[in-house]
Design a protein around this ligand. Structure first.
Ligand SMILES: O=C(O)CCC(=O)C(=O)O
Ligand SMILES: [Fe+2]
Length: 156
C-alpha cells in the first residue's frame, strides 16, 4: 500500500506529481482520498483527467495482468499533476503475485492466432527490473516483452 501526498505548488506547470507510468502489479485499487483533481490517464494517445467520485475506488490494470492475459487486458499509463492551491492525497493498494512465483501468459491465451507477447519470468526478478528503471510511460521491462517478429506460440 502507498500513501501519496502531493503538496500544492504556485507554479504547477513547472512540476509533476508523479511521472507517467503503468503500475507493475496485477491490479491497483486507488482512492483519491481528499477528492482533489490531478490524476490523468492516457487514452487513445491523449491524456485525460479522472475526476474524483465520492466514495469510489479506481481500479487500474497493471503490467502483470497484461502479461498474464497475454496483452488482452492492457495496463494503463497514468500520471499525477499538481494543484496550485490544494494539497492532494491518494491511497494506492497494489495487488501482485508472491515474490517466489513465476509469471507468464496463461497457456490457454497463447494460440497460433495470438502468439505469446511476454516471456516467463520470476516475480522477484520482474520487480528488480521494474524498480531498476525510472518511471516511464508503459512499464513492462523490455526484455520481458517478446519482439513482434519473434513472437512464439509456446510460452518461453
Ligand atoms: O495519486 C494518484 O492518484 C495515483 C498514484 C499512483 O499512480 C501510484 O501510486 O502508482
Ligand atoms: Fe500508479
Amino acid at each position: 500500500m502507498r500513501l501519496n501526498y502531493y503538496p500544492p505548488c504556485p507554479q504547477p506547470e513547472n512540476v509533476i506529481g508523479l511521472k507517467p507510468h503503468s503500475d507493475a502489479g496485477s491490479l491497483t485499487i486507488l482512492l483519491q482520498a481528499n477528492e482533489v483533481d490531478g490524476l490523468q490517464i492516457r487514452k487513445d494517445g491523449m491524456l485525460m483527467p479522472i475526476t474524483p467520485v465520492s466514495n469510489a475506488f479506481i481500479i487500474n490494470v497493471g503490467d502483470i495482468l497484461e502479461i498474464l492475459t497475454n496483452g488482452i487486458y492492457r495496463s494503463i499509463e497514468h500520471r499525477v499533476t499538481i494543484n496550485s492551491k490544494k494539497e492532494r492525497i491518494s491511497i494506492a493498494t497494489f495487488h501482485k503475485p508472491q515474490m517466489n512465483k513465476v509469471i507468464s501468459p496463461i497457456e490457454s491465451l497463447v494460440t497460433f492466432e495470438r502468439l505469446a507477447l511476454f516471456r516467463r519470468i520470476n516475480v522477484a526478478d520482474y520487480y528488480k527490473k521494474y524498480f531498476s528503471r525510472q518511471l516511464q510511460e508503459k512499464s513492462v521491462p523490455n526484455d520481458v516483452r517478446i519482439k513482434s517478429n519473434n513472437c512464439v506460440h509456446k510460452i518461453l
